[in-house]
Design a protein around this ligand. Sequence first.
Ligand code: IPE
Ligand code: IPE
Ligand code: MG
Length: 227
Amino acid sequence: MNKNRLEHLAIIMDGNGRWAKQRSLKRTSGHEKGAETIRDITIYCANHQTIQTLTLYAFSTENWKRPKYEVAFLMKLLERYVRGELPTYQRENIRFMAIGDISKFSDSLRKSIADTEEKTRTNTKLTQILALNYGGRNEVVRAVQKVIDAHQEISEESIGEALDTPYENIDLLIRTSGEQRLSNYLLWQSSYSELAFTQTLWPDFSAMELDTIIHDFELRDRRYGGI
Ligand code: IPE
Ligand code: IPE
Ligand code: MG
């Protein structure tokens, strides 16, 4: 049997708060540690033979419900991350992109995102996509609106092309922290994704564990409705 080829990996990075709580730390420390995990996992993916795109859920359209200070902290952390990672992106030949409705973010965060996107635009080893103020339903609604505005016919192709994500299908979707739900992530793109759940909290997630999950994925029988 041929191994499945993993080109597009998506991850719901969950469990930062519980990681911190277990250590009697503030939830924000969990987010700090989680940002370090992003770097390790991204570098692993950049060096992986077949992975071309890594799409990470960093802030959902529902996460605004969190306490103000936590939302403010996440915004600051995001800005620091997007600016601070630039040398890593350049060294590792990684392209950075954001998806989601970032119109609600501050000018300076949007500028950091645009700058890093622009500076890494021609990097080719991996595309790292951060989903920011992202919701799957919100994305589909915005896509349908684009199709209508362009007077195009409504079809799977036209909607697919109007989505934020440049690469439509997710091969493997992983969620950490033991929760087994999509939480409004990539609803359209995950229609035939393989799913993997691990109990590991995101700050503890490692390239070694990812490697094991990928080996399991490669041996799965993907039938797409056929036999
Ligand atoms: C994921 O960790 C990070 C974000 C949603 C921003 P959580 O903050 O959801 O951590 P838990 O689920 O409360 O442990
Ligand atoms: C999903 O995690 C969003 C991100 C990882 C950014 P949540 O922790 O917000 O999801 P729920 O509330 O457990 O469904
Ligand atoms: Mg959570």
